[in-house]
Write a protein that binds this ligand. Structure first.
Ligand code: ZN
Length: 464
């Protein structure tokens, strides 16, 4: 017997099994029970969160011999055929490969005839945003004057690419990314029912890697199961998903949090040189910081993890405390767009690590510019045209509210250093800030990544 992938075996057969989409399920079930469902729906959301599954369930629900009902029987010819994808009255169209107007003409011909057997002719258009403008125009007609026996269900991962005119004629349901804790629980449940071993921490890693997509999580679990012969543990996850062992990630967090920049960078480079993906390492550091923060705030709230992981993270939580960890996590998350979007993600990860190591003193560039305000950058020849010149880089009158610079001290005691009011000596502050910035590898690297603006304001010796 051939192996059937988990996503298929465990595809929901009832709305109640549609996982992690309670609001959508409630809306659809209420409408079905009250007999007030619309003639056109637009399901939007991330891939793999249940849009197509919900569309098929809705098709079953309206056409079941016992329906329309929120609980289709699953046994009548109509239900069975929808499940198999062979129903003559439920037609699935892939918007990506049927984009043109001819396809829509054919569709509209289908619309002229009543359903062959069932109550409704259901037209499910997947990836509807891929249709051409002409195709949308042709669709519009049928949405404006819908034949009573037609039910449209559009699904898209990119709702904003669907024309307003279409959106406004549909009932829109947004499918949310599914929380990693929910996915983890689901994976463990499936593993138990399928009778294979899945370590709790491995399930948590898979859930994190799936980033809200249940289907992705189940596909990863398929891969792992094939790799690890029904005994899926952390080592298997590390091999297949490329997730670094938690000991490495925790060690990295510890040295960076302690301000040991050189050790931290060496660890990052070791990992990258060993083939570790920069964005995976970034994500794992974020997970460790988050889990440690929860443990520091209230262990009851912490994500589920194995005892061994918990001991490691508890150590981090106790070493640094909630406020510093919260600040570090904030700093780390600020770098997300950079690490995920950068052409050179490895450099971006290094910048993020440097900023984390300097967490007691790093402030947002905007705050820093506002604080130093006096040194304009427009005439600086060394800066080059930065793509992200913030408006605040123009000359501003020197104000006396510059926050004091923290002088490179990275002890945890300095954690909650707030910008201090300094009634006197603002100029001194400015210059010490500038000195610090010019020797701050984080600022220099950030400059390389972000463009020249930070360098431009770092020194008051270049002509301003
Ligand atoms: Zn039925």
């Amino acid at each position: 017997m051939t192996y059937q992938v988990l996503a298929r075996t465990w595809r929901p057969k009832q709305f109640s099994e549609l996982f992690g989409q309670d609001a959508v399920v409630q809306t659809l079930c209420n409408a079905l029970n009250a007999g007030t469902f619309g003639h056109a729906y637009l399901f939007s959301g991330l891939r793999g969160v249940g849009k197509t599954t919900a569309a098929r369930l809705l098709a079953k629900a309206v056409n079941c011999v016992e329906g329309p009902t929120a609980e289709p029987c699953g046994e009548c010819v109509s239900c069975l055929e929808v499940a198999e994808g062979s129903s003559i009255d439920v037609i699935e169209i892939d918007g990506a490969s049927n984009r043109g107007i001819d396809d829509v003409r054919e569709l509209r011909e289908l619309l002229q005839f009543r359903p062959t057997r069932d109550r409704y002719r259901v037209l499910i258009v997947d990836e509807v945003h891929m249709l051409t403008r002409e195709a949308f125009n042709a669709l519009l007609k049928s949405l404006e004057e819908p034949p009573p026996y037609i039910l449209w269900i559009f699904a898209t991962t990119e709702r904003l690419k669907v024309p307003e005119t279409i959106q406004s004629r549909c009932q829109q349901l947004e499918f949310r990314p599914v929380g990693s804790e929910l996915i983890r629980g689901r994976l463990e449940e499936i593993a138990a029912k399928e009778g294979f071993t899945l370590a709790q921490s491995a399930a948590a890693s898979i859930a994190a890697a799936a980033e809200g997509s249940v289907r992705d999580a189940l596909s990863l679990l398929d891969q792992l199961r094939a790799f690890a012969s029904d005994d899926v543990d952390d080592a298997a996850v590390a091999s297949v998903l490329g997730v670094p062992p938690i000991e490495i990630t925790v060690r990295l967090v510890e040295v960076l949090a302690a301000g040991q920049i050189a050790d931290g960078l060496a660890l990052v480079r070791d990992q990258l040189a060993g083939g570790q993906d920069a964005s995976v390492l970034y994500r794992e550091v974020g997970r460790v910081l988050r889990a440690a923060l929860f443990l520091a705030v209230d262990p009851e709230l912490a994500p589920v993890m194995s005892e061994a992981h918990r001991a490691l993270l508890l150590n981090v939580a106790e070493s640094f405390g909630a406020d510093p960890l919260s600040r570090m996590l904030g700093l780390w998350l600020e770098q997300e767009a950079l690490v995920r979007g950068a052409g050179n993600r490895e450099l971006a990860l290094e910048v993020a690590s440097l900023r984390l190591a300097r967490w007691p003193s790093v402030r947002r560039v905007e705050d820093w510019l506002a604080a130093t305000g006096s040194t304009g950058s427009d005439s600086d020849s060394g800066s080059g045209p930065g793509p992200t010149d913030p408006p605040s880089s123009t000359k501003q009158p020197k104000s006396s509210q510059g926050p004091a610079a923290t002088k490179g001290n990275t002890s945890a005691a300095d954690a909650q250093k707030e910008p201090q009011e300094e009634p006197a000596g603002a100029d001194e502050n400015d210059s010490s800030l500038a000195e610090e910035a010019s020797s701050d590898p984080g600022v220099v690297l950030a400059t390389r990544v972000l463009g020249g603006d930070v360098v431009a304001v770092r020194s008051d010796g270049d002509g301003s």
